[in-house]
Design a protein around this ligand. Structure first.
Ligand SMILES: [Zn+2]
Length: 339
């Protein structure tokens, strides 16, 4: 078996599969690639993510834990390997199912009795790479700003065979298609990123493949610690009153995250919505949890505003706000909760 065929594939939620997939070809001649992040799928900065092993030997589990913790000195996140039944990250070790992980908060869409990650092999830095997905990182080769021009027929031929046996649709989704520009944020070219696919020169028009990276690169560390991901600055949740006047806020820097909290004392339908001209994405977590994702929305409100309507039981809830993309960038907005 060729080493390069042991590649990780993205797992997508069914609702994401139904979305139109925007494909782009930037055709940059220098073939640069960048570490990228699916910003909509980031956890709340400062989250504690619990991990449950669903099988595996003690040696496999130890390796997964060791490599997961590569991220921790750099990301403002905590992993707790406590095998909690409702752990956010649940890891299987099915050797017939390859290596994959859902991305970031998508893990919350998976039934609790099913894994969110599979470590069918543990070569090199595989677990470190998959934990990169679990905290919101994507594959650089699908960066719309990257300039990879594929030899599509070679890629399709190689991945159609064992051990992947992917359909052409799977190959297009996992390798050949790029993310839409407004779904990701990138850093500078990083040929050393652990999130870079290893692929041979025959797969690309330039004839120059990539090498396998088994440790976090300096840019991986800097990026995950940056304001675009999980900076080590405390996120102070601003309290919102139910049926109170809208609270004004602003996003001053690209990638900045605002966090709001409110307390539901009597169960019922609640509407959380933003106002203003800034295009924002909202995620609702709770009750009494910053990791339990209930809903997310971007343009469900008036204009570019976000709106979530949900039946909520008593407890504390958190609304995370990020702006939608670089282009329509930063600015002021307001947020309110009504029952
Ligand atoms: Zn991967």
């Amino acid at each position: 078996m060729n080493e390069y065929l042991k590649i990780c594939h993205d797992r997508l939620l069914p609702q994401n599969l139904a979305l139109p997939h925007h494909t782009m070809h930037s055709g940059r001649p220098d073939g640069v690639q960048e570490a990228i992040i699916v910003f909509r799928k980031l956890w709340v900065n400062g989250s504690k993510l619990r991990v449950r092993f669903m099988g595996g030997t003690s040696a496999q589990q130890a390796k997964a834990e060791e490599q997961a913790k590569w991220w921790i000195p750099h990301a403002n996140l905590t992993f707790e390997f406590n095998n909690a039944p409702d752990a956010e990250i649940r890891i299987a070790f099915d050797s017939s199912d390859g290596a994959w992980s859902y991305i970031g908060t998508d893990c919350q869409g998976i039934p609790r009795d099913q894994p969110t990650m599979n470590l069918g092999f543990l070569d090199g830095g595989t677990a470190g790479h998959e934990f990169g997905h679990a905290i919101g990182l994507a594959h650089e080769h699908q960066n719309p700003d990257g300039g990879i021009v594929w030899n599509e027929e070679v890629v399709i031929r190689d991945l159609s065979g064992p051990p992947n046996n992917w359909t052409e649709d799977q190959i297009r989704h996992n390798v050949l298609e790029k993310y839409a520009a407004d779904q990701i944020r990138g850093t500078k070219f990083d040929p050393d990123s652990i999130m870079l696919y290893f692929f041979p020169g025959t797969w690309v028009k330039s004839g120059i493949g990539t090498k396998q990276n088994d440790v976090l690169s300096d840019l991986d560390k800097a990026f995950i610690a940056s304001e675009k991901a999980y900076p080590r600055t405390p996120v102070q949740a601003v309290e919102l009153g139910i049926n109170a006047a809208p609270t004004s806020a602003s996003i001053g820097k690209p990638g900045e995250e605002d966090l709001f909290k409110f307390t539901v004392t009597s169960a019922g339908r609640h509407v959380i919505q933003t106002g203003g001209q800034t295009d924002v994405v909202m995620k609702l977590f709770g009750p009494n949890s910053q990791t339990s994702l209930l809903a997310e929305d971007d343009d469900g409100g008036v204009g570019l505003n976000a709106r979530i309507a949900a039946d909520l039981i008593p407890g504390q809830y958190f609304a995370q706000i990020r702006h939608f993309n670089k282009a329509r960038g930063t600015g002021s907005y307001s947020i309110k909760v009504n029952r």
